[in-house]
Write a protein of this length. Structure first.
Length: 73
């Protein structure tokens, strides 16, 4: 996957991300899942969230949390 905004979660990443969980849905991550670096309603920089919780925004060439994206339409 050449895309730096999208990763397949390995054990190290799962352990790191699960301290907080998914910023979009609150669920924990599992090994082998795909996560994307996305902007959202939270404060601060983009965070990794479950791929199905994000939408790719062609205008910004980046991922946005689905709820945030739909609210801005």
């Amino acid at each position: 996957m050449g895309d730096k905004q999208k990763i397949i979660l390995d054990l190290e990443k799962v352990n790191t991300l699960n301290a907080e969980g998914c910023a979009a849905c609150g669920r924990k991550f599992t090994l082998g899942e795909i996560a994307v670096l996305a902007c959202g309603a939270w404060e601060g920089p983009p965070k990794y969230i479950h791929e199905n919780e994000a939408v790719f925004d062609k205008n910004t060439s980046g991922y946005v949390e689905r709820k945030c994206f739909e609210a801005s339409r």
